[in-house]
Design a protein around this ligand. Structure first.
Ligand SMILES: Cc1ncc(COP(=O)(O)O)c(C=O)c1O
Length: 409
């Protein structure tokens, strides 16, 4: 999204230019501002931390890191009891998760699904199911990892029809473990909702099947909750809501609340296998990240906070379904909580990437609203993911502007 707009102030879901023009951000930055712009409680906590002490090495932050981890683990699925806070971005948290699985089961290969996105380091570019990002980087295509078909019912890779499809996309794990790899599949990594790939929500029963197959083949299951975690779906963890039962969960984005980089890896007790020196970064678990994570957890865990995301998310969904009834270019509406996508199609039902990009562009230029397209302009899903603090009035305003955009186009 290249443009010349400059923002100097933000509040909630609103951004302001030097001329005090107001824009609405319907996608909360890159879906990382769980608490919107400049949430006052986070700003106060961070200001105090900056005044007191900005940085000490992680040799001296262990106690605080554990406190923060405990507050996250309190809300995590019951079987997830341990964690690691030595990352600040999702890409390296996912790499850490793979290291943990590799060390735990002594195998090395990774399975992921097409249309997935797990980061942009060389390794996470390799394991992500979006090959267009690998084109110029030979290092990302040399290992033995495999990508299996996505659980994308709207455009089923097997042209099957649910609910009796037999979960062919999950069954593919067998084939790929046997033929696509050298036989040493260590783990499978999957987003509970494929975020960048197009807000793809797997069908009921998919994760149960995946878990069964992973158990059968001794494959560790990693839920990449970098987008879905910390309340995005109206539930603290999508893994819990969809009963995924992962062995490892990764978090980033929303954990930092207002855009402070923060990440965590959570896992079952027996997965606590890493030595400190095996996965840590200079800025991992720095004081500002920990402060932001701690305050974010406090705010999101408050009674009523996630209930509001559920209720208002339902209202947002109803508005989007209404748009679909009125505008045939919307082929499918998918979402939960504050994580929604509109699949844009041409008159034959094929993906309309040009129109998708136009919707995003016109929203910004004519309606002062920030949207994002899937796969950063190569895909056909318009994403709507406001900050979790968005009120029902904010949701109505987003709908109002979306309606104007679709009627204009
Ligand atoms: C699901 C998912 N995993 C991992 C990442 C990588 O996170 P980061 O950009 O913080 O490295 C992203 C980023 O978009 C993501 O959406």
């Amino acid at each position: 999204m290249a443009n010349n707009i400059k923002f100097i102030k933000g509040e909630g879901i609103r951004l302001y230019t030097p001329e005090n023009e107001e824009y609405i951000d319907a996608v909360s930055g890159t879906f990382n501002l769980s608490l919107g712009y400049s949430h006052p409680e986070l700003v106060d906590a961070l200001k105090k931390q900056v005044e007191d002490l900005i940085h000490v090495s992680s040799s001296f932050t262990g106690e605080l890191a554990q406190e923060v981890l405990d507050s996250i683990l309190d809300e995590a699925p019951e079987h997830i009891t341990d964690g690691w806070m030595r990352d600040i971005i999702g890409s390296t948290a996912n790499e850490g998760a793979v290291k943990i699985a590799n060390k735990f089961n002594g195998k090395s290969e990774v399975l992921s699904v097409s249309l997935s996105h797990h980061g942009q380091t060389l390794f996470t570019t390799n394991i992500s199911g979006n090959a267009f990002r690998r084109k110029s980087f030979a290092n990302t295509i040399t290992t033995n990892n495999a990508v299996i078909p996505a659980p994308y019912c709207y455009r089923c890779p097997f042209s099957a029809k649910g609910p009796d499809c037999g979960y062919l996309c999950a069954e593919a794990i067998h084939d790929y473990a046997q033929y696509g790899s050298s036989g040493g599949v260590s783990c499978m990594i999957i987003e509970p909702i494929l975020g960048n790939g197009g807000n793809i929500i797997p069908p009921d029963g998919y994760f149960k099947k995946v878990r069964e197959i992973c158990d059968e083949l001794d494959i560790s299951l990693i839920a990449d909750e970098v987008q879905t975690g910390i309340g995005r779906t109206g539930h603290m963890f999508a893994s819990e809501h969809y009963d995924i039962k992962p062995d490892i969960i990764t978090l980033a984005k929303g954990l930092g609340g207002i855009g402070i980089p923060a990440a965590a890896i959570l896992y079952k007790k027996e997965y606590a296998v890493l030595e400190k020196f095996e996965h840590s970064y200079t800025s991992g678990g720095n004081l500002l990240s920990l402060t932001a994570s701690q305050k974010t957890m406090e705010v999101v865990s408050r009674p009523g906070f996630l209930e509001n995301v559920q209720v208002s998310g339902k209202i947002l969904g109803d508005f989007l379904y209404k748009l679909k009834e009125n505008y045939p270019v919307i082929g499918d509406v998918r979402g939960i909580g504050y994580m929604w996508g509109l699949e844009i199609v041409d008159k034959d039902g094929a993906p309309d990437v040009d129109l998708t990009n136009k919707i995003v562009d016109v929203a910004l230029s004519d309606h002062k609203m920030i949207l994002r397209g899937s796969r950063y302009g190569f895909g056909n899903v318009v994403k709507v993911r406001p900050a979790l603090t968005a009120t029902q009035d904010d949701i109505e305003e987003i709908y109002f502007r979306l309606n104007k955009i679709f009627s204009q186009l």
